[in-house]
Design a protein around this ligand. Structure first.
Ligand code: MN
Length: 287
């Protein structure tokens, strides 16, 4: 069993642009090495947006370098446009996996229709770090639609696991990843329990988006909380109180220095300065 290290509590909300009321459930600011290769997880909503008459809520043109942004939509609909010429709209169950690597400039807005009609927005944006050797690779864009993401059924009618990346019970996720990692969308029925097999040595974090679970027959993890486990060990046990929606993140730690500033995450201050310079001089492209 992977032992529980700590449970991080609900951090409170802040706005990203005017479209995303988020709770940062973890961040490399305070937990860089322990969460590697994962850098940050923002959970937006669930928040009711009124029909919008003016401009669409969201975040305008901005850059990224040195890592990947993974956007998982639960409710609502988002539209994205980037300097690589990619344009996508993702809705409930869909995922966008953007490898910024050497640099991408993009915008992230509520989709035209969702903004016009209003409704509930609920989504996650996860940042995944890249090893130094891949930070300056060409960018990549993967749109993973709901029907491409396989689901595995848990034993004893406990619920299911949608495999976005990695592998669970023989189901392989569609995401191409740079380092070995798993992103599982876990749904547990109330009062059920499950044991999840996880690679020995992997960083392991359980992020509860709604509901409440008991982990390893001891501690409780509630809504908007994150449980971090030891890397040693090959499984965790979870038992849900009510219906629970969670993300299970596991991955091989990268083990390199993490130096970040705003939208850039590199290995040194010098590389951050270079990133700012490259963005300002247009070397990351334009929309
Ligand atoms: Mn962005």
């Amino acid at each position: 069993m992977k032992r529980l290290i700590e449970v991080k509590s609900d951090p409170g909300r802040h706005w990203v642009g005017d479209g995303f009321p988020v709770r940062s459930l973890f961040s490399y600011d305070s937990m860089g090495e322990p969460l590697s290769p994962f850098l940050l997880l923002d959970y937006a909503g669930p928040t009711q947006f009124p029909p919008s008459t003016g401009k669409r809520p969201g975040v305008g043109e901005h850059p990224h370098r040195g890592f990947e942004t993974v956007t998982i939509v639960y409710q609502g609909s988002l539209e994205h446009r980037d300097s690589g010429g990619n344009h996508g709209k993702i809705g409930p169950g869909d995922v966008q996996w953007m490898t910024a690597a050497s640099g991408v400039v993009h915008e992230e807005f509520h989709s035209e229709e969702f903004a016009r009609l209003g409704g509930v927005l609920e989504m996650v944006q996860l940042w995944v770090n890249l090893p130094a050797a891949q930070k300056m690779s060409p960018p990549r864009y993967q749109e993973l639609l709901k029907q491409q993401i396989p689901a595995a059924t848990l034993a004893n009618d406990a619920g299911m696991v949608r495999v976005i990346a990695g592998e669970f019970q023989g189901k392989k996720g569609p995401a191409m990843t740079v380092t070995p990692l798993n992103v599982w969308d876990v749904r547990l029925h109330g009062g059920r329990s499950a044991e999840l097999a996880i690679a020995d040595g992997h960083t392991t974090a359980l992020v509860v988006l709604s509901g409440e679970v008991r982990v390893n027959d001891s501690d409780m993890v509630g809504t908007a909380e994150m449980a971090l486990f030891e890397r040693a060990g090959e499984r965790i046990a979870i038992e849900s109180v009510g219906d629970t929606k969670a993300l299970l993140l596991t991955g091989e730690p990268i083990g390199e220095p993490i130096v970040g500033r705003g939208p850039f995450v590199m290995n040194t201050q010098e590389e951050i300065r270079q990133a700012m310079l490259d963005y300002k001089s247009g070397r990351m492209g334009h929309l």
